[in-house]
Ligand binder design. Structure first.
Ligand code: FAD
Ligand code: NAD
Length: 367
């Protein structure tokens, strides 16, 4: 009954059905929403248990079933966008006719607010690790073939490791394998691999453990979380990104997405705050991008330069921001995204309000 109540308050309740041929079983989810995409559904099957979580607005609809017969690891997911239908096609291990799909597992066929849905984890394998700066590395993990998961732009996942019987969990934001990926063919098919830029803190709890993983080792990766929506880009003309240290990570996919998909966009400017030149992530790629795309510009600000530095210095300040945040026209539609250490983000937001930017014009990335 609790589910019924929630369903009435939220989107109209989805439903599901299934059908079969000799070799295939198709599970169909009717979301009753039109803006469904491939990142709206997360599918995992492990042994006989099948799980499909569909995100519909701020709600989560779960299919959770112990399948009556064995299926192969590989499956496909299709979206019929105009009718909001999701089709998951499983391949039977044996060509027998199934009498039923299976038995319901916990919370099967329920719709709950996303925040109450809990996180589901699957094991991902470390494929490669590459130094990016003296303390930051690009990690590439491979999703299992039995998982369909695409992290929406601006969202993060949780990584989990067990260290001496204790589980440690921290949030990280997936990035693309490079900033210039829109200009080249991806080296690996992008829907099976997840990349992270992660700074290793020698005295940290989680990152030294992550850094000790060998190629082929596993880490648990959760479902995505976060409240950024690409609809914030609609009709956008000026995009300003304020990033400090690894607060750069959400900006990577945002940048690629905005430059590729938003025709109204005139200007994208990144102000990137770091302690020293050596701390700047992907500096040469950022500089190359300014040549490749005239709409893009980057400004580096250092808080503790060690070598001679002709660029901007200091911490985030009203003076730096007011000079940087010049609209392309008086009435242009603006979005300012900000991410970094908590004091940086909090001060930045305060200064942005003082400069008369409205709440709707600011998106801050936090936990
Ligand atoms: P911690 O144990 O948290 O320690 C970090 C540092 O603080 C160490 O130097 C430690 O010595 C010091 N420290 C710890 N406790 C104290 C204390 N009490 N007093 C003084 N110093 C202390 N990070 C990335 O690198 N990449 C990302 O993509 C990324 N995405 C994120 C997304 C979100 C939504 C959030 C909230 C954070 C993200 N982070 C990201 C940060 C990440 O989650 C971790 O906080 C970070 O990796 C540090 O983890 P740790 O356990 O290794 O270090
Ligand atoms: P860092 O210590 O190298 O600092 C980078 C810059 O941040 C500094 O040069 C300075 O300009 C600014 N800064 C640092 N402390 C400040 C303070 N107290 N007041 C004002 N400005 C300050 O940064 P780091 O070690 O790379 O840390 C990055 C932070 O970003 C972490 O706290 C991480 O949790 C956070 N982060 C958050 C998200 C998210 O919420 N989605 C994503 C990625 C990273």
């Amino acid at each position: 009954q609790a589910t019924d109540t929630l369903a009435r308050e939220g989107p109209s309740s989805p439903s599901y059905d299934w059908f079969q041929t000799d070799s295939l079983v198709t599970i169909v989810i009717y979301t009753k929403q039109k803006d469904i995409t491939l990142d709206s559904v997360i599918v995992d099957h492990q042994d006989d248990s099948f799980r499909a979580e569909t995100i519909i607005k701020d709600y989560s609809y779960l299919i959770n079933i112990e399948l009556s017969h064995a299926v192969q690891e590989d499956f496909s997911v299709r979206i019929v966008e105009n009718v909001g239908k999701i089709e998951i096609v499983l391949q039977k291990k044996e060509n027998t006719s199934w009498k039923c799909l299976g038995h319901p597992l916990e919370n099967h066929n329920s719709l709950v607010p996303k925040k109450d849905a809990g996180l589901f984890y699957r094991q991902c394998q470390l494929i490669s690790k590459e130094d990016v700066t003296h303390d930051t590395r690009l990690f590439c993990f491979m999703l299992p073939p039995s998982t369909h998961l695409q992290v929406p732009i601006g969202q993060h996942v949780y990584l989990k490791l067990t260290v001496t019987d204790t589980e440690i969990v921290k949030p990280y934001t997936p990035v693309s394998d490079s900033l210039l990926s829109e200009f080249k063919e991806p080296a690996l098919p992008n829907n099976k691999y997840i990349y992270f830029l992660i700074k290793i803190y020698p005295a940290g709890l989680f990152t030294p453990e992550l850094d000790h993983l060998q190629i082929g080792d596993f880490v648990f990766v959760s479902n995505p979380e976060g409240n950024f929506k690409t609809s914030q880009f609609q009709e956008l003309e000026d995009l300003f990104l304020l990033a400090a240290g690894t607060g750069f990570t959400p900006m990577v996919k945002l940048l690629n997405y905005a430059l590729t998909n938003i025709p109204s966009l005139r200007k994208v400017k990144l102000m990137f705050f770091n302690k020293t030149e050596d701390d700047i992530i992907w500096r040469s790629q950022l500089e190359e991008l300014t040549f490749k795309d005239k709409r893009f510009d980057v400004e580096f600000v250092l808080s503790a330069p060690i070598s001679e530095w002709n660029g901007k210095q200091g911490h985030v300040s009203p003076a730096l921001l007011s000079e940087f945040l010049k609209r392309s026209s008086d009435k242009s539609k603006v979005l300012i995204c900000i991410c970094g250490p908590t004091p940086f983000t909090e001060q930045g937001i305060k200064f942005l309000h003082e400069l008369n930017f409205s709440k709707d014009e600011i998106h801050s990335f936090t936990a």
